[in-house]
Ligand binder design. Structure first.
Ligand SMILES: NC(=O)c1ccc[n+]([C@@H]2O[C@H](COP(=O)([O-])OP(=O)(O)OC[C@H]3O[C@@H](n4cnc5c(N)ncnc54)[C@H](O)[C@@H]3O)[C@@H](O)[C@H]2O)c1
Length: 335
């Protein structure tokens, strides 16, 4: 069997426990070796659950451990860039959860450290690897026509969540919107050229001091246009996410990563593909990262892809603040 990658988990909170740990346990290419968190109790609990060799609140101990091949950074957003730079300088391969960084300067610092140290870097934009998104892309790729995309993400995202704290989470657009901006860039075969957003605080403005909801429109170099409605004060019983793509006389609709309806293909009015369970692509994402590390190949969701959606997310907040449409240049994310 190929070498197993010794994995260090940095940040031992809800998401790594619920998503990455089960996926890591199910993937023979990985072995969980160490757990680190500034909250040592969280690290100890996860080490006990995963059989990791040790738990620590000393992140430098994990990064200095020569046995660690790859780190998963799943902390609050304010620590992502600094930890990515440290991990790269320690020679560790990296999966960093979204967002890549809180601002453009931090993106450049991460890119420079990853390049200088020749490590593999993947940001956690999993949606492009969701099986139904991959299938939708296969369907639309041969059509040589520009696209109109309408996307919705809505759910209760409580005012108390740290994502809404500008200093810790960066707000909903930087902290989560980047997922969707990346999805658009994956679906459209042309670079993004401009972004316009209108939005505001729809949760309690006494608790949330930054726009938490809005409608974002991105235009692409081929004339394609993608828009997303991002709602934080959402309805728990209404489906969370949907993506509709219309192009060249055909239409595709992805319903919450559980089914795909497509219309006008093979002369048929409607066809449907259903997933056995909701799959947003996280398992495939870490599997492809392992392959990239083991075979010294290109990592999925690398620096360019990470920075592209991050740059869009910063401009979303700027567009809401100024009311202006902002242009996007490749130099801003080809780092
Ligand atoms: N890809 C996805 O679909 C998806 C979904 C949910 C969350 N996430 C991402 O996962 C990450 C974690 O989110 P969560 O919901 O698990 O948050 P959480 O609050 O449950 O856990 C964060 C953990 O990080 C620890 N931490 C904070 N700063 C640290 C530092 N400097 N060093 C070490 N540990 C530190 C905290 O003590 C906490 O245990 C975020 O980046 C979030 O955006 C991704």
């Amino acid at each position: 069997m190929t070498k197993q990658l010794n994995t260090g988990l940095i940040g031992c909170g809800g998401f790594v426990k619920a998503m990455h740990v089960p996926n890591l346990k199910a993937n023979q290419k990985y072995r969980i070796h160490a757990c680190a968190d500034i909250n040592v109790k969280a690290a100890e609990a996860l080490a006990a659950e995963t059989g990791a060799a040790y738990a620590t609140d000393n992140i430098d101990r994990l990064l200095g451990d020569t046995a660690v091949d790859v780190v998963f950074i799943t902390t609050t957003h304010d620590a992502h860039a600094a930890l990515s730079v440290k991990a790269a300088n320690a020679g560790k391969h990296i999966l960093c959860e979204k967002p890549m960084a809180m601002n453009a300067r931090e993106c450049r610092e991460v890119a420079a450290a990853v390049k200088a140290n020749g490590v593999k870097y993947t940001v956690g934009y999993n949606r492009g690897m969701a099986p139904l998104v991959v299938r939708a892309r296969e369907l639309i790729k041969p059509i040589s026509a520009k696209m109109l995309i309408y996307h919705r993400i809505q759910a209760p995202f409580p005012a108390t969540h740290w994502t809404h704290n500008p200093a810790v989470g960066g707000g909903r657009f930087i902290g989560e919107g980047c997922h969707i901006f990346d999805l658009f860039c994956v679906l459209v075969d042309a670079p993004p050229v401009s972004v316009y957003a209108s939005g505001g605080t729809f949760l309690d403005p006494a608790a949330v001091k930054i726009p938490d909801s809005g409608i974002v429109t991105i235009t692409f170099a081929d004339g394609s246009i993608a828009t997303t409605l991002i709602a934080s004060d959402g309805c728990p019983t209404f489906p969370k996410e949907s993506t509709e793509i219309v192009c060249g006389g055909k239409a595709v609709m992805i319903n919450d990563f559980t089914s795909l309806d497509y219309f006008g293909f093979d002369g048929q009015a409607k066809q449907t593909q259903t997933a056995a369970k909701q799959d947003k692509g996280q398992a495939l994402e870490i599997d492809r990262l392992a392959d990239a590390i083991i075979n010294d190949a290109e990592a999925p969701n690398g620096i360019l892809q990470a920075a592209r959606a991050a740059v869009i997310s910063y401009k979303v907040n700027e567009s809401i603040a100024t009311g202006k449409t902002l242009s996007i240049n490749e130099q801003e994310y080809c780092l």
